[in-house]
Design a binder for this molecule. Structure first.
Ligand code: SAM
Ligand code: DTB
Ligand code: SF4
Length: 367
């Protein structure tokens, strides 16, 4: 089937409601066949990924999330990539858990900019019992504003996952980060199994799962295969799969690691798309170091979500205007929140994109 035929034969809504297709998702991928995907000629791989993408998604829509660090630094874990670990001397100022009111102010700003999901991250090994009432209140208030909610707070016990689900948290982010084999070279203070257990608790609570990893930490192809195999062979695919490119932060043990070959990153996105056809694949950290052409190739490879706004947790992300201008250049529309009609909200980013377009025309006209 041609791409055009795949795109027009069935609407994505029809496909989402078709149980036979939902059941056709595979959860038994082997190392060999994933490796073969990675090793395909790039054009063939991209074609396969884009064709898969069009079976379930509008290829010109990208979901837009904004990230906020609600508790920064002084984390007891020893993740070698992370600027927030106490084990890494990055000069970061630690901050206490933000007040609910302050978080809401940031969520209002994110909504005004057109984000549809607000992700709150805390540099914790796990939330303590005394933290829970505050984070639960954040979830309730952000949700009441009409935003989707996501949190990443470290490991969760089953009852904590239940509490977050009851408060209305839509997504919980917890990454596997890399393959089981490479994991011990990156983190020693929590095990791979701890991470799988947290993901199990999140899934069991009824929340949507956001789980992915980092590429560019000095891992090899086998590790990228292993990470995607772990994610794709879960009993249910994570609804959201962030693929981060390592942000090298001075003072972390990985700050001198060799630069990743950009095509290896693009291949990772494409293989994630093929293995988890109905998941949102997020072009996550690392976009500051990517040019527009590389990001465009990632979208072609099936990435359909980004973090939007000039800050990730502690590092920089492209400015919102820059992303809006990129969307205009590529003809990409921000994805609407599913099942919610909030026209004023949707209008915010669309109007900003119109402005970006007229700014561009103005620049063109004045050259
Ligand atoms: N502390 C919680 C945890 O680790 O579970 C939540 C916050 S933590 C910062 C969320 C994720 O950000 C990590 O799992 C990792 O995948 C990603 N991350 C952290 N530092 C990064 C970096 N320098 N480059 C790319 N991704 C990074
Ligand atoms: C994810 O996979 N990437 C985001 C989010 N989940 C929480 C975090 C990226 C952090 C990049 C480094 C920093 O800004 O501190
Ligand atoms: Fe802590 Fe999360 Fe950073 Fe690891 S990734 S050091 S758990 S904040």
């Amino acid at each position: 089937m041609t791409i055009a035929a795949a795109a027009t034969s069935t609407t994505s809504t029809e496909l989402k409601s078709s149980s036979s297709l939902v059941n056709s998702q595979r959860h038994n991928w082997g190392v060999e066949e994933i490796t073969q995907l990675f090793e395909m000629p790039l054009n063939d791989l991209l074609f396969k990924a884009q064709t898969t993408h069009r079976q379930y998604f509008d290829a010109n829509e990208v979901q837009v999330s904004t990230l906020l660090s609600i508790k920064t630094g002084a984390c007891p874990e020893d993740c070698k990539y992370c600027p927030q670990s106490v084990h890494n001397d990055t000069g970061l100022d630690a901050e206490r858990l933000m007040k609910v009111k302050e978080v809401i102010k940031e969520a209002v700003a994110a909504k005004q900019q057109g984000a549809t999901r607000f992700c709150m991250g805390a540099a914790w090994k796990n939330p303590r019992a005394k933290d829970m009432p505050y984070v639960l209140e954040m979830v309730k208030e952000v949700k009441a504003m009409g935003l989707e909610t996501c949190m990443t707070l470290g490991m969760l016990a089953p009852d904590q996952a239940e509490q977050l689900a009851d408060a209305g948290l839509d997504y919980y982010n917890h990454n596997l980060d890399t393959s089981p084999e490479f994991y011990g070279s990156i983190i020693t203070t929590r095990t791979y199994q701890d991470r799988l257990d947290t993901l199990h608790n999140v899934r069991h609570s009824g929340m949507k799962v956001c789980a992915g990893g980092i590429v560019g930490m000095g891992e090899n192809l086998r590790d990228r295969v292993g990470l995607l195999q772990q994610l794709a062979n879960m009993p249910q695919h994570p609804e959201s799969v962030p693929i981060n490119m390592l942000v090298k932060v001075e003072g972390t043990p990985l700050d001198q690691v060799e630069d990743l070959e950009p095509f290896d990153f693009i291949r990772t996105v494409a293989v994630a798309r093929i293995l988890m056809p109905q998941s949102h694949v997020r072009l996550s950290a690392g976009r500051e170091a990517m040019n527009e052409q590389m990001q465009a190739m990632c979208f072609f490879a099936g990435a359909n979500s980004i973090f939007y706004g000039e800050r990730l947790l502690t590092t920089d992300n492209p400015a919102a205007e820059k992303d809006r201008a990129l969307f205009v250049k590529l003809g990409i529309r921000p994805e609407k929140r599913q099942g919610v009609s909030d026209e004023a909200h949707q209008g915010a980013i669309e109007q900003a994109m119109v402005n970006a377009k007229s700014d561009q025309l103005f620049v063109d006209a004045s050259i």
